[in-house]
Design a protein around this ligand. Structure first.
Ligand code: X6L
Ligand code: MG
Ligand code: MG
Length: 167
């Protein structure tokens, strides 16, 4: 478990909170992943394609022995497991898991770009991330982004509320 990664989660279909919780649980269930921090859950206005319901967004920190591409495979598997379909570009989804940061690595491949491009422009990503990630400046969440359309929906309580940590 020598890598630290940050993942953004989003849902705007059906029981959004349950999808987020299931996604976090499925990450943690993997033998090579431990969820170490969870942010508050935010309710956020849709960006990019605006004619859809509001999102719940959050972020988690994980420790993992997976490499970035194995982690991408896992996040895509979890999206599929939670019924993600792709009909409209930037459209509604049950569960979206985006790798934001992987250690301090810069990865630029066809499959995967890390740090996530444009993450620093999106308050629905940055606000939850700043709560749990020391390397992200809290000031960035106010100075360089629009504060509107992002509000805390459920205050963070701790990782134990999401995953039952075995001793
Ligand atoms: C111009 C053109 C300005 C495109 C913005 C922004 C496109 C974000 C896509 C954009 C543009 C995205 C979520 C969302 C999406 C989410 C909220 C995307 C991909 N995902 N809105 N929109 N939360 N609130 O997780 O991020 S679609
Ligand atoms: Mg996304
Ligand atoms: Mg995505």
């Amino acid at each position: 478990m020598n890598n630290i990664a940050y993942i953004a989660l989003g849902s705007n279909i059906g029981d959004r909170e349950t999808y987020l919780r299931q996604a976090v649980a499925l990450l943690h269930q993997h033998d090579a992943v431990t969820v170490t921090k969870v942010s508050s859950i935010y309710e956020t206005d849709p960006v990019g394609y605006e004619d859809q319901d509001e999102f719940l967004n959050m972020a988690v920190e994980i420790k993992t022995s997976l490499n970035p591409f194995e982690l991408l495979e896992l996040t895509q598997h979890i999206e599929n497991e939670l019924g993600r379909t792709r009909e409209v570009r930037w459209g509604p989804r049950t569960a979206d898991l985006d790798i934001l940061l992987f250690n301090r690595e810069n990865i630029e491949t066809e499959q995967l770009i890390v740090p996530h491009p444009r993450m620093y422009e999106r308050l629905f990503v940055l606000a939850p991330l700043a709560e749990i990630c020391p390397q992200v400046e809290k000031e960035a969440t106010s100075a360089e982004t629009d504060q509107e359309g992002v509000r805390v929906w459920k205050q963070k309580s701790g990782v134990d509320e999401f995953v039952h940590s075995e001793s």
